[in-house]
Write a protein that binds this ligand. Sequence first.
Ligand code: B3K
Ligand code: ZN
Length: 877
Amino acid sequence: MKESQPSAIYLKDYTAPPFLIDKTELSFDLDESTTVVTSRLHMRRNPVFGASTVPLVLDGGPDVKLIGVAMDDYELPQEEYRVVDDQLIITATADSFVLTCETLIEPQNNTRLEGLYRSSSMFCTQCEAEGFRHITYYLDRPDVMSVFTTTIIADETRYPVMLSNGNEVERGKTDEGKTVVVWHDPFPKPAYLFALVAGDLAVKNDVFITQSQREVTLQIFTESHNIDKVDYAMEALKRSMRWDEETYGREYDLDIFMIVAVDDFNMGAMENKGLNIFNSSCLLASPETTTDDAYLRVEAIVAHEYFHNWSGNRVTCRDWFQLSLKEGFTVFRDQTFSADMHSATVKRVEDVSFLRTAQFAEDAGPMAHPVRPASFIEISNFYTLTVYEKGAEIVRMIHTLLGEEKFRAGSDLYFDRHDGQAVTCDDFVAAMQDASGVDLSQFKRWYSQAGTPKLSVTDAFDQALGKYCVTIKQDTPATPGQPTKLPLHIPVRIGLLDANGQSLSSSLDGATSEEHVLHLTDAEQSFEFTGLATRPVPSLLRGFSAPVKLDYNYSSQDLLLLMSSDSDGFNRWSAAQQLAVNELSQLITQAIKGETLAIESQLVHGFKALLADASLDPAMVALVLTLPNQAYLSEISTPIYPAEIKQARVYLKTLLAEALSADFERIYQQHRVTEEYQAVAEDIAHRSLKNVALSYWAEASSERAQQAVFEQFSTADNMTDQFAALSIAVHSQHNQAADMLAAFYEQWKTEPLVVNKWLMLSASQDNANALSIVKGLMAHPAFDLKNPNKVRSVLGGFGQNVAGFHKEDGSGYQFLADQIIVLNKRNPQIASRLCTPLTRWKKLKPELSAKMKSELERILAEDLSKDVYEVITKSLA
Ligand code: B3K
Ligand code: ZN
């Protein structure tokens, strides 16, 4: 452990920047050994401070070597500045001045992948949140917005493409024959949106005509062997641009929009102004190498980054505590976009399923934090599911409370009022409130209160009066640092069904309708519905109208009714999930007690009816047939018994497979798509149902099913079908699984993104040799510790591997801890992410819990990065 440990910073301590930077002129002399960065910062004291003499403090990084500093072209002698804890401090400054800094960096040795670094043969950047300080000294905070001009000097034979934000305004040569390119971005922006790329790249060009008839050049750059895989992303970009005009009235502002794909990237993509940089896994797509899911992800991420141009870039965050201002809103925007492009219900189910599995787990664990955190040690740790996904749910609830039209008036006001500013979540809510007249004062607690609220619902029916009364109690469990919670304003969308599944009209507070939105604002509140002849079955929380846990004592009959008849597609799925959860919970209890598993499954009847109804959307049927996964069942269990959860899932899946084997075979045959592959909703829907059916059919002891899996694997003309067959083979212990895995690698070893899928599937093989398989993968030539995608594939796959990761002797935990310790030094962001499975230790069954905890303690004894230190100390607290 280090002697002095990193400390937290607090939202309550926010003060405006003492200096502003009106103009930023940067020059990069790129070279394979040392890159020279010269900055000229046109600075002045921030007038909000009045007459002030505070020193100028600029942020830097440990690998930035300062060569010289000048103020208004006067070279400062050593005694007039100092560098302390990576900060450059200049005590005496004028009220306005030009500060020049010359610094040296070595991008080729930058393994953190923050700042300027090399990926394959190119230079690229990642500056959010605090990467810019690894390039040069700066006021690296989002409320300092500046107009950037960037000069790139490089050898054109090696780096024919040289890009930065804005428009290319000049091109020339140095005396030594190097090429000089100058870019100018007229829109003021914080340093986190700065980007630079230089490399030998191929380009695909296109054009978009905006609603005001301006022509925008669109360019996607990749290494030349990948340029045939960008057509889908380009079309997705144009759809996004059109959608933002039509839905939010937001038009693109520069004359050029560029996207670059890079292989080594810590996350998915980055919205740098006019120059988005993408992890190639989130941009490239071709039928042979990309699954349907990945196609949809490409579309969603292209849209997300594009939408940031308004929600994030034109209007940005005042400080990093406000991160959800741009991320929650932009996730909501990309979710709505995808819903409009495909099926809204399918999209909602997928998003909620993810939220309930992963965000709820975060909210119940040691890293739980409000959507607007009150403090952090390392901001990189707060790019979380809470900030992104729960943040999007908050915006969605505002949308529900205001309705479509007023919500749009609110977003218009927000963009107009704050264009060019760095603002807060409060400003966003104020715009929504001002434009709509809807009081959001209590609602704002959603931003500051962590934890997932639980709604306990009871009901009573008065036959004589035709009155149905629903009582809802809300309760949010304590989270670290927040022992007590206040009631939230929770919109609960509700419908009522009769015993035949018909939708019932009812009156609530004078309004008669088949659906109502209840405004739950108190700790306990009752709602009276009148005009009912018989006791209804409530369809609660339709569309998942709030990110809460719902507790209502549904009978299996109620759930079967909702599953087959509710007019709300989301709740049909949700009822099926609940029925499955109820049955799995019984089985898990039996497994924990060491009993023989046995159940009278109602789900069999529900599935039978579902499979017989040809009128349903196949994509929805596929989702309903998908049993709650290991992670979701773990989230709702206390304590977690990983092996027993797995045993219960396998038992129920096999039971359903055996009972409905003929139905699954029929569905498998019926939904085969024979036309040429297209990533369009209808075909995706058929493929998903066909492959879910195959996964069940393969669990039944059927020779024909085994044959079908092998055949699909060998003859598929697209990655969706080929990889589905391979995964089914691996997870159903197909007797040719090992040969198929080997053949798959041989077939695809020159396609890194496919190899990543192979690595992940191989690492998730759930058997007694799991750990040695994973060790083998890490020694395989296809593995590369420098590449975050490969690390995520192998260690992410292993984290889902029950037999391997949760091995009773603790060897799985020890192995992951070893990798974290290695990566902590090389790439702290990735190391910190890998800690997530270990943060769940308190919830595990006692024997495993103790073993996991001791690995956390072992990690803590190391010299840790801020990133890993924060996660480990909070987990052990
Ligand atoms: N804003 C970036 C995320 C940056 C993460 C930095 N550690 C991508 C996105 O959310 O659009
Ligand atoms: Zn984002």
